[in-house]
Design a protein. Structure first.
Length: 392
């Protein structure tokens, strides 16, 4: 197993429970969940956004229920106040009603509410005519979830080797790592930001490439007039994979505002130009030009919005339409950003929204495990193990 993010740990645990034997997880960092799994918003999504009956919808609805139960059973703190999705102008009302239809079809507990009912749930939230109240949306600390899952997997016999980076495919049945060669019977690639590179080394998923996008959050000033009980989200553009700036109350009591989706020149470019490199940078520029030129799913409007959010004032303009009383000074520097591993089809220059998994000789490759992968991790792990071709 390559990668000790939430998906890698969940799959490793499922393999151990189902088949026994030796399950080894190699992780290049010193701790599990150092990247996206430990840096995400911690929001447990419910399946509001996804097409009825789709894989994402089914896994998200089931994953929400199971992750909430998991956190309760392990006494992991959780903000369980739901989410409201608000409209900023009348043109968003049809999309709001579409979300309501999808929610009902997916079995999500959701209700259309008016402005008076909205004030009872989120007193500072604003909307035009109607809003959606999504009851089962919750928020957890993803790092605490990771710590608990890793400890549980280790108790059950899963082995973890930290500081062990994948270096190459090696000979048949062997993988080259920074700690020497390791033999395997079946390799599972959950390498996140580097999953495409690993897959390509095994001749798998060569039409795909991962593009990194940094999600930067601000913190809401404690003295702000804006009060948030749970989550305040905008109606998203359902044609693209990003949900827009939103307010989220964390279990620690702070409120985050974000994220951005800034295209990067390096897969681990967390600050400034540190981590940028020619290979990733040239790939990002090349595909951004193609995406911008073809304008699939109105990519240009998405790009302009994200560029505007590079400044605090631009970020503020996106957020102020969601809640009364927000001031520019309310946005304080946030904590460490996370980087989204967004898969693109290099043949069509299309950003992929759904989970993508492919198989190779004695290997399984999780190429696209974007949101709601954290929410869906427990049933997603079962789905992957069910599909694994262990006889190859």
């Amino acid at each position: 197993m390559i990668g000790a993010g939430v998906i890698g740990v969940a799959i490793a645990r499922e393999l151990k429970r189902r088949y026994g034997g030796r399950v080894l997880v190699i992780e290049k960092e010193d701790v599990a969940g150092w990247h996206a799994s430990g840096r995400n918003s911690g929001v447990l999504h419910t399946g509001v956004y996804y097409t009825a009956g789709s894989l994402k919808a089914r896994l998200c609805v089931e994953g929400n229920r199971r992750m909430r139960d998991y956190c309760r059973a392990n006494r992991i703190p959780m903000v369980d106040k739901g989410k409201v999705i608000v409209t900023r102008h009348e043109g968003e009302l049809p999309a709001l009603h579409e979300l309501y239809k999808r929610s009902q079809a997916n079995g999500v507990r959701v209700s259309l509410i008016d402005q008076q009912a909205l004030r009872e749930v989120e007193p500072c939230a604003t909307t035009v005519d109607r809003a959606l109240f999504v009851q089962d949306t919750a928020v957890v600390n993803p790092q605490k979830v990771m710590e608990t899952m890793v400890a549980e997997a280790a108790r059950e016999g899963v082995e973890f080797r930290h500081g062990c980076a994948w270096r190459g495919a090696g000979d048949d049945g062997l993988v080259d790592t920074s700690q020497g060669r390791i033999a395997y019977g079946h390799l599972v690639n959950c390498a996140g930001l580097f999953a495409d590179r690993v897959a390509h080394a095994y001749g798998v998923g060569t039409q795909y490439r991962i593009l990194p996008f940094r999600g930067q959050f601000y913190l809401l000033r404690p003295q702000s007039r804006v009060r948030v009980n749970g989550n305040i989200y905008p109606v998203p553009d359902l044609r693209n994979p990003f949900l827009g700036v939103h307010f989220t109350r964390r279990p620690e009591g702070e409120v985050t505002v974000g994220p951005s989706a800034l295209p990067l020149l390096g897969r681990e470019q967390y600050r400034g130009l540190q981590g940028a490199n020619v290979s990733d940078g040239s790939a990002m520029v090349r595909y951004l030009v193609r995406l911008f030129g073809r304008n699939l799913d109105h990519f240009r409007s998405l790009a302009w919005k994200e560029l505007a959010k590079m400044s605090r004032r631009g970020f503020y303009r996106e957020a102020k339409g969601l809640a009364d009383g927000l001031e520019l000074r309310d946005l304080l520097p946030g904590k460490e950003p996370g980087i989204r591993a967004q898969l693109v089809n290099t043949r069509t220059a299309e950003l992929l929204n759904d989970f993508v998994m492919e198989h190779g000789p004695k290997s399984t490759h999780v190429l696209n495990a974007v949101s709601p992968a954290f929410t869906s991790s427990l049933p997603f792990a079962e789905y992957v193990v069910n599909a694994m071709k262990l006889d190859r």
